[in-house]
Design a protein around this ligand. Sequence first.
Ligand code: ADP
Length: 638
Amino acid sequence: MRADPIQRAIDEDLVRVLYAQDPIAFVSHWFSIVVLVAIYWSDVPSPHLFALCFGFYALANCAGLALWLWKRRYPEAVSPRTWVNLHALRGVLLYAAPGGAVWFAFQSANTDLPLLHTVMLVTLAAGVFMSNGFDLLNFATAIPFLLLPSIVLHFSSHTFDRTVLGIVLAFFFCAINVYAVSYRKLFRRVVEARVDQQYLAESLAAQKLVAEEASLAKTRFFAAASHDLRQPLHAIGLLAASLNDGTAAPAQHAKTADHIVRNVEALNQLFNQVLDLARLESGVTQVIRLHFRLAELFERVGNQYRPQAAAKGLALRIAPTSLVVHGDPVLLERVLSNLLSNAIRYTEDGAIWMGLRRAGRRSGGFVEVRDSGIGIPLAEQERIFEEFYQVANPQRDARQGHGLGLPTVRRLIDLLGGELQVRSAPGRGSVFRFPVDAGDPDGIVSSLSDSAAAGASAEGRRVLCIDDDPSILEGLSTLLSRWGCVVRGVPDEVQALRAVDEGFRPDAVLCDYQLANHRTGAQALFAVREVLRLAGQSEVVTLLITGDMASPELEALAAKGIPVLHKPVAPARLRRTLESLWQKSGVVADQVAGSNLIAGAGRHDAVMLPDRRGAVGPGQQDAAALDGHECVPRGLSP
Ligand code: ADP
C-alpha cells in the first residue's frame, strides 16, 4: 500500500539533495578545468583534441548549472524521478570529459602528468561520492566515467609504478562502490522513517478530524433528538395535568385525551425512527435477498400512498415494469415508502412518478421516485442526509417530519450495496434513485401480496415467558392470554426448567435477553430446548426479546436459530412474529390456511410478516418494516 508513497518520497528527497550540491559542483569543476589546463599548458599533446575535450567539459559544466536553475525555477516541470534521471545525464556529460582527458597525460612526455591528473580525478570522485552516492543511477553514471579510463591506462602502461597506481585506483574504485551501497541503504532508511512519521502524523490528524466530526454530529443528533422528544412529552405532561380538572366538561376531557393520544403517537413515531437508525448503525439489520417482481413492490407501496397523494390532488403514476429483482423487498419497501412520503409532502401540485429506468445497465436498472415539488437547492443536497436536518423547518414543527427519513434511506441503500442519488433544483422537482439488480424469474417462490391467515394460530397455544421484570412478565402474560394462549410466566431459567419438568409443554418460549444472575436469555432458551428434546418434544418456537444492539452477539444468536426481536415490541408485531414462526416451524402447518411465508431462495429463510405496517402510526409503520430483519430464524428445530 505504502510502497509508492515511499518511492516518491525517496525521489523527492533525492532531488532535493542531488541538486543542492550543484552550485558547489559548478565551482569545483571550473577549478578542475583551470588546474588541468594549467598542468597541461606547457606541453599539450593534441592541442585541437584537447581544446575540444575541455571546451566540452566547460559546456557540460554550464549545462549542469542551467539544469539546476531550471529545476529551481520550475520544480514541478517534471516528476521527481525525471529530475533524478536528468541529473544522472548531466553526470555522464560532466564526468566523461575529465575522466577521458587522462589519455592526454599518457600521451605527454611529462611522466608526472598521469599522477597529477589521477589525483584530480580522485578528488572529483570523492566529491561525487559525497553528493551523488545515495543514488545508484547518479553514482553509476559518474564514477566509472571518471575512474575507469585512468585504471585501464595505468594497467596498460606495463610499468611497475603505473601498475601499482592502477591497483590502488582499482581498490579505491571498489571501496567507493561498497561504501556507496551502505550510504544508499542508510539514506533509504532515513527517508522511510521520515515518511512513516509523516504518514503517522497525517493519519492521526485525519482520525482526530473524523472523531471531532463524529462527536459534533453526535452532539447535533442528541440536541435535535432531545428537542423533538421533549416537545410531545411536555405537551403530554400539561395535557395529563389538565385531566385532573374536575370542573372540565366530559367533552373537554375527551378532547384532551385525544390530544394526548396524538402526542403519544408522535412520540412513538420519532422514537421508532431513532431506534431504526440505531439498528441500522449497529449492524443488526440483515439483508435477506429474494427474487420478486418489482411491479408487485411498486403496487404495494403505491396502494399505501395513493390516498395521501389524492388528498393533495396529486397524481401518483407508477410505471409498469416486468423486471424481476434480486433484492430485499422489506428494506426496499421501506426505502420507497420514505421517498414517496417525502415526494408527496414536498409537492403541492403536479405528479409523482415511480418506476424503473435501465439507464444503460445491461441487467437491473435504477428505481426512481420523481416529483414536481419544491425541489432542493444544490447547497442542501448533501446536508439533507444528515440526521435531523430539514431544509425549511427552523421551528422544528413535528408535523413536518423530523429529518430522519433520508438518513435512514441512505443507510438502507448502503446496506443493500447501492448508492442513493439525488437530482433536484428549486421549483423544478426532485429525483431520487438507487440501483437494483436483476433477479431470476424461476427463483420467485411466492408473491409479495400473498396474505396470511391471521389470528387463528395463537388460540390455545402454550407459551412459556421468561423475564426477570415482574411488570413485563405481567404485561406479556395478560396480552398472550387475551389472544387465547395458555401462558406460564417465570422469572428465570431454573423456574422455566421446573415448569417443563412439571409437564408444561410450550409451543413457544419467549425470553428476555438479560436475565438475573448474569444469565442470558440465549442460555435459558437452549436449556429449555434441551430439556424439551429429552422429553420427546423436538419442535418449539423460541423468541428472544432484547434491548441490546450488539450485533456480533445477535448475529451469533440468529446463526444458532434463535429469532430476535428488539424492544420496544408492539403487540401486533409480536403476534405476527409468533404466528409466522409457528407456521414456519411446521408444528401445526395443517391448522393454518394459506401461507405468509416467502421462502428465501438463498442462504436465509426469510420470515415476511404479513402486514408489516399494521394498525400503527406512520412512524411505527416504518419501524415495523424492519421487523422481518430482526427475526431471522435459520433452522428452528434444536
Ligand atoms: P423529513 O422529510 O422528515 O423532514 P427527510 O430526512 O426525509 O426528513 O428529508 C430531509 C429534508 O430533505 C426535508 O426536510 C426536505 O427539506 C428535504 N426533502 C426530502 N425529500 C424531498 C423532496 N422530494 N422534495 C423536496 N425536498 C425534499
